[in-house]
Design a protein around this ligand. Structure first.
Ligand SMILES: NC(=O)c1ccc[n+]([C@@H]2O[C@H](COP(=O)([O-])OP(=O)(O)OC[C@H]3O[C@@H](n4cnc5c(N)ncnc54)[C@H](OP(=O)(O)O)[C@@H]3O)[C@@H](O)[C@H]2O)c1
Length: 321
C-alpha cells in the first residue's frame, strides 16, 4: 500500500513514520515539509538512519504526488489541513489528524475504540461504509478528547452518568502544541511553570460535547512542563455503584488490549511511548462524586497510534475491495 504523509516533519509526523516502519505492507512513498524540502529523513532525524525509510526525501505538497498514493495521512495544522485536503475528498483515502473534519458530517470520526474494532466498529454500519466510500475521509480524534471520551462514552451510552454535570480537568505536555516556534513554548517559559491556558471555550470542548452528545460538559486544559502525556481528571454524578461503572468499562473494553481499566492511579510514565489508555475510577463518598483518571500519550494514543489503528480498519474493509 502506497502511503504519503503531509506535514511529516512535525511531532505527530515523526511518531507516525516510526509506527509505519513496523508495517511491512506499507510503502511510505511521499512525505512533505517546507522547511526540510530536498533533505532525506535520515539526514534530518538520526532515528531513521539505517531504516527502510532513511533515503526518503521531504517534498512540497503536490497534487500529482498525493493522487499517486493509496492513503494520505495529514499531519498539517488545523485550518491548513482543510485548505489543502478539501479538493481530494472522495478521490483518495485520507486520515486527517487535525480538527478540521472532526465535526464534519462527511467524515467518519475515527475513535476506533469506542466502536470496538473487532466487533461493532463504524464500518459495520452500512451508512458509515457508504459515507466512507463516498468521501474517503477519517477524522482522527483530538488528544484531549481521546482521554475523556474513552471513559465517558460507554458510561453515557449505558445512561449511567447524570448528563447535566461533567467536569473535565486536563493537563498536557508541551508537544501537544506542535513543533512550530511559539514564544510561550520556549524552554524558559514552560520549564518550572504550570498554568491553565484556556479556561473557557477551548475547541476541544465542543469536539467532546459533539461526540458524546452532551450539552453541559466543562473542559479545562493546562500546560505541563514536560514533553508528552495527558492526564485528565473527570468528575460526574451517578446513581450507579462504583462496581457497576468499573464492570461496565471493563466489559466494554474487554477485547481492546490498548484500553486498560486499572486499580491504581494512572501515571504518564506508564502510558508515554505506548498506544495505551489507562483509566481509573473511584467514588468520593463525602462529596457524592465519581472521579475518573485517564492517561494517554498525546502523540501516540492521542494522535499517530490512533491514526494507524484507523489505517488498519481502512485496510481491512476498503482498500482490499
Ligand atoms: N501534537 C499533538 O499532540 C497532537 C495530537 C492530536 C492531534 N494533533 C493535530 O495533528 C496535526 C499535526 O500536529 P503536530 O503536533 O505534528 O504539528 P507540528 O509539529 O506543528 O507539525 C506540523 C507539520 O505541518 C507542516 N506545515 C505547517 N504549516 C504548513 C502549511 N501551511 N503547508 C504545508 N505544510 C505545513 C510542518 O512542516 P513545515 O513547516 O516544514 O512545512 C510540519 O511538518 C495538527 O493539526 C494538530 O492539531 C496534534
Amino acid at each position: 500500500m502506497k502511503v504519503g504523509i503531509l506535514g511529516a516533519s512535525g511531532y505527530t509526523g515523526e511518531e507516525l513514520i516510526n509506527l509505519l516502519l513496523n508495517k511491512k505492507d506499507v510503502e511510505l512513498v511521499y512525505i512533505t515539509s517546507r522547511r526540510y524540502k530536498g533533505k532525506t529523513l535520515g539526514e534530518i532525524n538520526p532515528r531513521f538512519k539505517n531504516t527502510r525509510f532513511e533515503n526518503l526525501k521531504f517534498e512540497e505538497v503536490n497534487e500529482e504526488k498525493i493522487l499517486n498514493c493509496d492513503l494520505i495521512f495529514s499531519c498539517l495544522p488545523h485550518g491548513e489541513a482543510k485548505n489543502i485536503l478539501e479538493k481530494y475528498l472522495g478521490k483518495i483515502f485520507i486520515i486527517d489528524l487535525s480538527q478540521d473534519y472532526r465535526k464534519d458530517e462527511r467524515a467518519i470520526y475515527g475513535l476506533t475504540n469506542i466502536y470496538d474494532v473487532y466487533t461493532k466498529h463504524p464500518l459495520k454500519r452500512k451508512y458509515d461504509v457508504e459515507k466512507l466510500k463516498k468521501y474517503k475521509i477519517i477524522a482522527n480524534p483530538g488528544c484531549y478528547p481521546t482521554s475523556i471520551i474513552l471513559p465517558l462514552y460507554p458510561l453515557l451510552k449505558a445512561n449511567l452518568i447524570e448528563k447535566d454535570f461533567i467536569i473535565c480537568d486536563s493537563k498536557s505536555g508541551t508537544s501537544g502544541a506542535g513543533k512550530s516556534l511559539k514564544e510561550n513554548l520556549l524552554f524558559c517559559e514552560v520549564n518550572e511553570n504550570f498554568y491553565c491556558y484556556k479556561p473557557k471555550g477551548h475547541r476541544h470542548e465542543s469536539e467532546i460535547k459533539y461526540v458524546l452528545n452532551v450539552k453541559n460538559l466543562k473542559f479545562t486544559p493546562h500546560l505541563l512542563p514536560i514533553n508528552r502525556g495527558i492526564l485528565s481528571t473527570i468528575y460526574f454524578r451517578s446513581e450507579a455503584t462504583l462496581k457497576d461503572l468499573i464492570d461496565l468499562l471493563k466489559d466494554f473494553y474487554r477485547n481492546d488490549e490498548n484500553v486498560k481499566i486499572i486499580d491504581t492511579y494512572p501515571q504518564l510514565k506508564f502510558v508515554n511511548y505506548t498506544n495505551e489508555a489507562h483509566i481509573y475510577v473511584d467514588y468520593d463518598e463525602e462529596n457524592k462524586l465519581f472521579i475518573v483518571l485517564s492517561a494517554i500519550d498525546n502523540l501516540i494514543k492521542g494522535a499517530s497510534g490512533q491514526a494507524v489503528e484507523n489505517m488498519e480498519i481502512l485496510k481491512n474493509y476498503l482498500l482490499k475491495g
